[in-house]
Design a protein around this ligand. Structure first.
Ligand code: PLP
Ligand code: COI
Length: 359
């Protein structure tokens, strides 16, 4: 093993949720967390699993002042054969390091990071919920904690992992969501941090998200930050459209998060014979297609949101209903196949779903 990991178990385990239909997203946390520190001299060290609790942090720490923070999101599933599995976790670890590189945080050994995730999940396996559509959401994160107010790449950092049993991300569940296209704020620009999963991107997106929520929308769909013309992504999902039988999705220009669910869905769609276009898609082209009846389906993809059909798109106070406001056939097929792979129902040769332990 790359990193030594000690385990200190809690003496006061919490009661697990009894009503799994009321889990929601990210409200309940398991008994333990993983912690590890970094400094220039020792590299990553002191890997340990300890009872979940506050992490003492100096008030001058870089994370509080300059937003030196990145995170990941992946899930452990209780498969139908009773095993606990992870879905493409190695992709999350790679993206964590890509985010670390962008934010000048220290990269982490991929195998060592995967080991930490697996050991924590195995310890918390009884927290992986059982109901269809539920899972254990795993949130690895890293932040700089230099006790120094100068603006500088960090010399000290903490890597942590916490876990939360979850149900559906949106209160709608698999029901189509209403999305509004944001024309005022922007989330990211090319050359910025859009492709990294860093806290700052989400902080920048909150104001528009709040405005949208007050108007009854689930999330906003961002336009590019330069021309404010091209479709980018939704707050916590990538987006895909079925236009005249073809799949169109914004290409990864550097301002969009390279979603693992996006990558997986594109692969499945190609396997099924769909023509897939990763390209710039302007909001004008999208609404032209909507007006002409060529926009057949729209959906978002993300770890938390899985495959989330979009039933309504609103732009500058004009509403466009997609798929008659219903779950589109292809969105449903993608959801069924992806979750089928994750829960071990659908056989796959890709090796995406990996057994960690018996449940
Ligand atoms: N875009 C944003 C902004 C996200 O927060 C997420 C969620 O992680 C995604 C896209 C989808 O990425 P993934 O499929 O890797 O979860
Ligand atoms: C995820 O899908 O993992 C996300 O990060 C979405 C959101 C909770 C930030």
């Amino acid at each position: 093993m790359k990193y030594q990991i000690s385990i200190t178990k809690t003496l006061t385990p919490k009661q697990k949720p009894t009503d799994e239909s009321a889990l929601g997203f990210g409200k309940i946390f398991t008994d333990h967390m993983f912690l590890m520190e970094y400094d220039k001299q020792n590299g990553w060290h002191n890997g340990r699993i300890v009872p979940l609790g506050p992490i003492p942090t100096h008030p001058a720490s870089t994370v509080f002042h300059y937003g030196a923070e990145i995170f990941e999101g992946l899930k452990a599933y209780r498969a139908v054969d009773g095993t606990i599995r992870l879905f493409r976790a190695e992709e999350n670890v790679k993206r964590l390091n890509a985010s670390a590189e962008r934010l000048c945080l220290p990269e982490i050994d991929e195998e060592g990071c995967l080991d930490a995730i697996k050991i924590l999940v195995e310890l918390e396996k009884d927290w992986v919920p059982h109901n269809q559509g539920t899972s254990l959401y795993i949130r690895p994160f890293m932040y700089g904690n230099d006790e120094f107010l100068g603006v500088h790449a960090v010399d000290h950092a903490v890597f942590a992992i916490i876990c939360s049993p979850v149900g559906a991300y949106y209160k709608e569940g698999l029901k189509p969501v209403k999305i509004t296209i944001e024309s005022e704020d922007v989330r990211a620009v090319r050359g910025g941090t859009g492709y990294a999963k860093c806290g700052g991107n989400y902080a920048a997106s909150l104001r528009a998200g709040e405005r949208a929520e007050k108007k009854g929308f689930s999330q906003v769909l961002w336009l590019d930050g330069v021309e404010r013309k091209y479709i980018e992504e939704v707050g916590a999902m990538n987006v895909m459209f079925k236009i005249k039988g073809k799949i169109v999705t914004p290409k990864l220009t550097g301002s969009i998060l390279p979603g693992i669910t996006r990558k997986s869905c594109l692969e499945l769609l190609k396997d099924w014979g769909y023509e897939v276009e990763e390209r710039l898609l302007s909001v004008d082209e999208l609404f032209e297609a909507a007006k002409n009846g060529d926009l057949e389906e729209a959906w978002g993809t993300g770890t938390a949101a899985v495959v989330s059909p979009i039933g309504q798109l609103t732009y500058q106070d004009k509403d466009y209903i997609v798929s008659g406001g219903q779950i589109g056939e292809l969105s449903q097929k993608l959801y069924d196949n992806l979750t089928g792979i994750q829960w071990g129902i659908v056989k796959e040769e890709k090796g995406w779903s990996k057994v960690i332990c018996n449940g």
